[in-house]
Design a protein around this ligand. Structure first.
Ligand code: ZN
Length: 307
């Protein structure tokens, strides 16, 4: 008799932790450390993890421009484009982006079965149809949302983007798509300085603390979900809202950040809305803080969905 497979599915591949030049400001190591910590403490077993393949061009092209995708494959991004993205181009980096994107799509299927599924990377919300920026090349939520619509698997999708930076790429992708509602709560005085228009933007003042952050979120999300009645949700759980973050400018504690995750996941579960979670940003100087805050998202998912 086969043992029952675990219900919490997590997308991960070692390619997620892409090697970067010495001293690069992106904490790439977190992608290795998050599953390592979750396994070590017993929150998950190796059976929870699955390895995605690379997303097919055909699917990526429902969201991204052909010419841009070709340039990603042919390694012909200009020096300026690479500067905006923040990573040097390489075939391995391109493959990484396609694998992460497929991870988010696979998570959609698992979430429809089990309520929630998580990607150890992803949430690359600064990628536009024809360009990348801010460490984002492909918009995984964008590609996955269009995949669900195209396949008739969802009809009203909400993207809940709680990274401290506005989901500008995502907002732009779905500006004219009424079936995808984009909600971004972010630092008002933070990158991107030119903001796109989400369906709902909440710009937070510098220094916003746990109490204000959580009460704003609670009220907004409750009303939104009641009004929209979405049949699928994506949640971008960036941990750059932490007070310790180098770029964040907010004043949210690690406990407050965990409460945020619990709040989102509990509301989605109560309303039976399948949810895919991707990690997004986090730039606290001590990588242990980043990893701990991201691990809290997985712990919250496990607790709330009671596995
Ligand atoms: Zn961010």
């Amino acid at each position: 008799m086969n043992p029952t497979p675990p219900l919490l599915k997590i997308a991960f591949d070692p390619i997620y932790a892409h090697p970067l030049p010495e001293g690069h400001r992106f904490p790439m190591l977190k992608y290795e450390l998050i599953p390592e910590q979750l396994l070590y403490e017993g929150t998950i077993t190796p059976n929870n993890l699955f390895t995605p393949s690379a997303c097919a061009d055909e699917v990526v092209l429902w969201t991204h421009d052909k010419e841009y995708v070709q340039r990603l494959h042919q390694q012909t991004l200009s020096a300026r484009e690479q500067r905006h993205i923040g990573f040097p181009q390489s075939p391995q980096l391109t493959r990484r982006e396609f694998v992460i994107t497929q991870g988010t799509i696979d998570c959609c299927h698992f979430a429809m079965e089990h309520g929630v599924a998580l990607n150890v990377a992803g949430g690359t919300h600064h990628a536009f149809a024809n360009r990348g920026e801010g460490f984002c090349l492909l918009n995984d939520f964008g590609v996955a949302a269009n995949y669900l619509l195209k396949k008739g698997l969802a009809h009203k999708i909400i993207i809940i983007d709680l990274d401290v930076h506005q989901g500008n790429g995502t907002a732009s992708l779905f500006e004219k798509e009424p079936r995808v509602f984009t909600f971004s709560m972010h630092g008002a005085h933070n990158y991107p300085f030119h903001k796109e228009k989400s369906d709902l933007d909440i710009g937070l003042n510098d220094g916003t603390d746990d109490k204000l952050y959580l009460s704003l979120l609670q009220n907004t999300l409750h009303t939104l979900l009641d009004q929209l009645q979405p049949d699928f949700a994506f949640y971008l759980s960036g941990v750059d809202i932490l007070s310790t973050d180098k770029f964040g400018k907010l004043n949210v504690s690690i406990a407050g950040c965990k409460q945020r995750d619990e709040m989102v996941l509990a509301q989605l579960k109560a309303k039976r809305i399948p949810c895919v979670v991707a990690m997004g940003g986090g730039y606290s100087p001590d990588i242990k803080t980043i990893v701990e805050a991201h691990c809290n998202t997985f712990r919250a998912a496990k607790d709330i969905f009671s596995w």
